[in-house]
Design a protein around this ligand. Structure first.
Ligand SMILES: NC(=O)c1ccc[n+]([C@@H]2O[C@H](COP(=O)([O-])OP(=O)(O)OC[C@H]3O[C@@H](n4cnc5c(N)ncnc54)[C@H](O)[C@@H]3O)[C@@H](O)[C@H]2O)c1
Length: 344
C-alpha cells in the first residue's frame, strides 16, 4: 500500500493526445498532479506546462526520469519511441502509463514488461475503449452470461474525415500498429477466455490511392479465429465523412451486445431539411470520460486504492501479436497462424 495520497506525474510527449492527457492529469483527476512536461521539440514542453500551471518543463525525457519529484510518467510520443522511453522510465523506478502501441515488436514488448517487473513499477497501456461505459457494460453482460457463448465479434474504427494528413508522413503499417490495435485489444478483451489462433487481413489505400506505392494503407478488414470457435472481424478506415465512428458487437448463442454510437447525443434536430443528429468528430470529445477513467485507474492502482484491472503489458503484447500477424498476412496475402508470431 502506497501511503501517498497524490501521485506526481510527468508527461512525456506534448503533442496532440499528450496535451489532452496533461490537461486530464492537471485538472480532471482528484488525486494526481502534473509536475513536469518533457518534449524535445523547441518550446513545446514549456508552452504546455505554462498553460496548465505546471512549473517544470524539460527538453529531454531523461530529465523527467531522474527527477525525484516525479512518481509516474505518461508516455505519449510517436510510437517508435514508446519502448525505449518506457524501459528507461521503469529502470528509473517510475510507474509507467504508455500510450498504444507499447511496442512494435514482440521482443520490444517483452523488454517493457520485463523492465516493469524487475523494477516493481506499475505498467498500464492506453487502450481507452475498455473504459467507455457502453464497452464496459458490454463486457459485464458477456461475463454475466447474458449472451451465452460468443460466436461472432465485430469491432470497427472509422476515423473522422476529411483526411488532411500527409500520407507520406504516416509510418507504414500504422493502420495495424496504431489504429486497429484498439480493435484487437477490444476483441481480445471481449472474448476474454479465448486465444486468437489465425488472422487474415486485407488492406488498401482507398482514401489516398495516390500514396499506395509508398506503402500507405488507410482501409483494412481483418478476420480473427479464436480457439473457442468464435470468429471476429475488425475494420478500419481513415476517413469517415460523417464523424468519428467506433463500434463493437458480440453475438452469442443467447443474444448479442452492441456498443458505441456515432451519434453525439440524443438530440434530434427537425428543420426545413428534415431530421438530423450531430455526430462525434474527435476522439478527445467522444472519449473524454474513458480517457480520464483509464488514467484515474492507473493513479488509483499506483496509490494502492484499487487492484489493477488492466490493460497490462501482456495485453499490449497480445494485441501487438495480432497487428504483426496482419502485416504478415497483407504481405503474403494468406492467413497467418498466431503461433508463428508469438506464444500467447
Ligand atoms: N489512445 C488513443 O485513443 C490515442 C489517440 C491519439 C494518439 N494516440 C497515440 O499517442 C501517441 C502520440 O500521438 P499524437 O497524435 O499525440 O502525436 P503527436 O505527433 O501529436 O505528438 C507527439 C509528441 O511527442 C514529441 N516527441 C517526439 N519524440 C519524443 C521523445 N523522444 N521524447 C519526448 N517527446 C517526444 C513530439 O515533439 C510531439 O510533441 C501515438 O502513439 C498515438 O498512436 C492514442
Amino acid at each position: 500500500m502506497n501511503a501517498k495520497k497524490t501521485l506526481n506525474m510527468a508527461l512525456v510527449g506534448a503533442g496532440r493526445i499528450g496535451s489532452f492527457h496533461a490537461e486530464t492529469m492537471a485538472r480532471r483527476l482528484y488525486n494526481a498532479r502534473l509536475v513536469a512536461v518533457a518534449d524535445p521539440a523547441p518550446g513545446a514542453a514549456r508552452k504546455l506546462a505554462d498553460s496548465l500551471d505546471c512549473e517544470v518543463a524539460y527538453t529531454d525525457p531523461a530529465q523527467a526520469f531522474s527527477d525525484p519529484n516525479v512518481d509516474a510518467v505518461l508516455i505519449a510520443t510517436p510510437a517508435r519511441f514508446h519502448t525505449p522511453l518506457a524501459v528507461s522510465a521503469a529502470n528509473a523506478g517510475k510507474h509507467v502509463f504508455c500510450e498504444k502501441p507499447m511496442a512494435l515488436t514482440i521482443a520490444e514488448a517483452e523488454s517493457v514488461i520485463d523492465a516493469a517487473q524487475r523494477n516493481g513499477v506499475h505498467l498500464q497501456v492506453g487502450f481507452n475503449r475498455r473504459w467507455d461505459l457502453a464497452f464496459a457494460e458490454g463486457r459485464d453482460a458477456i461475463d454475466a452470461g447474458k449472451i451465452g457463448r460468443p460466436q461472432l465479434l465485430r469491432s470497427l474504427t472509422r476515423d473522422p474525415g476529411p483526411f488532411n494528413a500527409d500520407p507520406l508522413k504516416i509510418p507504414n503499417w500504422t493502420i495495424f500498429y496504431e489504429t486497429l490495435i484498439h480493435d484487437f485489444d477490444t476483441l481480445l478483451w471481449l472474448n476474454a477466455d479465448a486465444k486468437p489462433v489465425e488472422v487474415y487481413a486485407v488492406a488498401d489505400a482507398l482514401v489516398r490511392p495516390d500514396a499506395k506505392d509508398s506503402g500507405h494503407l488507410d482501409t483494412a478488414v481483418v478476420t480473427i479465429r479464436f480457439d473457442n470457435g468464435a470468429i471476429a472481424v475488425a475494420e478500419a478506415n481513415f476517413c469517415a465523412m460523417y464523424g468519428y465512428d467506433i463500434r463493437g458487437e458480440v453475438f452469442g448463442s443467447g443474444g448479442m451486445v452492441s456498443m458505441g454510437d456515432v451519434k453525439k447525443s440524443s438530440l434530434r434536430l427537425l428543420d426545413k431539411d428534415g431530421e438530423s443528429a450531430d455526430t462525434w468528430r474527435m476522439d478527445t470529445h467522444h472519449f473524454v470520460d474513458a480517457y480520464t477513467l483509464q488514467i484515474q485507474h492507473f493513479v488509483d492502482t499506483v496509490l494502492g486504492n484499487t487492484s489493477f484491472a488492466g490493460p497490462s503489458g501482456r495485453d499490449a503484447r497480445a494485441a501487438l501479436a495480432i497487428a504483426l500477424a496482419c502485416i504478415e498476412s497483407v504481405k503474403s496475402q494468406k492467413p497467418v497462424r498466431l503461433s508463428d508470431i508469438a506464444v500467447l
